[in-house]
Design a protein around this ligand. Structure first.
Ligand SMILES: [Zn+2]
Length: 424
């Protein structure tokens, strides 16, 4: 992988020559979301086990982001941020089962206004039956699951997507496909054509082997989907984004899963972007955020991101390697989901998060509200977050803690109702 340093503005020039947003010249936009897929378990990001040949193919034809972070390690809230580029205080979606607040414009709504045909297939219970509010702007939204079924199998998701593609869909289109594997429970999936021999024959803990088998399973079906897009001649005219909503704990720090902690392996999302006129085989080192994805997509299409979007347009950095000014990143997590019972959603929006965190440059501070503990890590020196540097007597640490609380007040759905004070 080489660092980003090339590529001009051919795509924009093409739009201009075509007289702006010409329907035929605009690329399709395809977002494939893979729930809880850690970047360090993808070969293109350096994982030594070759379990992701199809994701790797896309990653190698475009740009990978080595330091991409979610705003919240929960599916429904993270996708609300993905589609709106807005903080949790604005989306109101702080946990699974909560509906996007009115007044937020989604990526699908914007693309539909620009003439895109919009379709989605989702697989998480929090999005079933319009529960998430993220169906807004989609002409076709496949969100049927049963109340007892927490997630849909990747094979079912792919078949639904293929059916959509074969139903007379026209370019340009926006397609969002959401895979639930490798989300918990971490099951051992049967070998598919793309799994390395001996995937499960080593002495790693079962959770890690099962997790890898789930990623390989999702990757197999992603390959089926990509093949269909390619066969129809659509893939080469598409901006393809493969990403996860967050990472996953696999036993580090005695924790398996996501949603309760804010360690890097849980916050990192495996972001890859490829498309016409984008650099190929490049890696972005700079920290980027889930908030940055929608403004980058819109900018790529020559559409000015709405002022309310909080993320950055990453294109100049991707294309020319220009400096990407680091920005403080706020994140939080909430451990409980909100079910469809009267009154619960309103309460759910303002109940305290489990933990909140802020990253400023290489320094990261986390306050665990449940445990009443503070942690500070230097991510450059200690990427595994093994050495908590927090010292309540250190004025810099106290300043960082105050900055975290300021961000909490501005960016959390509970920030206004919960008066948090720094009491180390
Ligand atoms: Zn998720």
């Amino acid at each position: 992988m080489k660092q980003v340093r090339e590529c001009g503005f051919g795509l924009m020039a093409m739009f201009l020559l075509a007289g702006g947003l010409g329907a035929k010249t605009l690329p399709n936009v395809i977002i494939i979301s893979v729930d809880a897929m850690r970047p360090d378990h993808i070969s293109a990001f350096g994982y030594p086990r070759p379990i992701t040949p199809n994701i790797d193919r896309v990653a190698k034809s475009g740009v990978i982001f080595l330091d991409a972070t979610t705003t919240i390690p929960l599916t429904n809230p993270a996708q609300a941020t993905l589609f709106t580029s807005r903080s949790i205080s604005q989306t109101g979606v702080n946990r699974n089962g909560i509906t996007l607040l009115p007044g937020n414009r989604t990526l699908a709504e914007i693309l539909k206004e620009k003439g895109y045909h919009t379709s989605a297939v989702v697989s998480c219970w929090a999005a079933y039956h319009g529960r998430s509010g993220l169906q807004r702007g989609f002409e076709h939204y496949q969100d049927s699951g049963t109340g007892l079924m927490l997630e849909l199998d990747a094979g079912v998701v792919t078949q639904r997507a293929l059916k959509l593609l074969g139903s007379g869909i026209e370019e340009p289109f926006f397609l969002f496909v959401d895979y639930s594997e490798p989300h918990q429970p971490h099951d051992l999936y049967p070998a598919m054509g793309n799994q390395e021999p001996g995937l499960v024959d080593d002495d790693r803990p079962a959770v890690q082997k099962n997790y890898d088998s789930e990623i390989a399973y999702a990757d197999y079906w992603i390959g089926v989907l990509l093949s269909e897009l390619e066969a129809r001649g659509w893939l080469q005219n598409s901006l393809v984004i493969i990403m996860s909503d967050h990472g996953e704990g696999l036993g580090e720090k005695n924790y398996v899963g996501h949603g309760r902690k804010l360690y890097e392996h849980i916050l990192r999302n495996s972001l890859t972007i490829s498309g016409p006129e984008l650099p190929k085989g490049t890696a972005v080192q700079a920290p980027v955020n889930m908030l940055d994805v929608a403004p980058t997509i819109l900018s790529y299409l020559g559409v000015k991101p709405p002022a309310e979007m909080e993320g950055r347009n990453l294109l100049p950095h991707i294309k020319t390697g220009s400096a990407l000014e680091p920005e403080p990143m706020y994140y939080e997590t909430n451990s409980t989901a909100v079910l469809d019972l009267p009154g619960l959603k309103k309460i759910g929006r303002t109940t305290p998060p489990t933990a909140i965190g802020l990253r400023v440059g290489d320094l990261k501070i986390v306050y665990d509200l449940k445990e009443n503990t503070w942690e500070i890590y230097d991510l450059a020196e200690d990427p595994g977050e093994n050495h908590n540097l927090f010292n309540p007597e250190d004025p810099d640490h106290r300043k960082l803690a105050e900055e975290l609380l300021e961000n909490f007040r501005a960016k959390s759905a509970a920030g206004k109702s919960l008066k948090l004070k720094f009491r180390p």
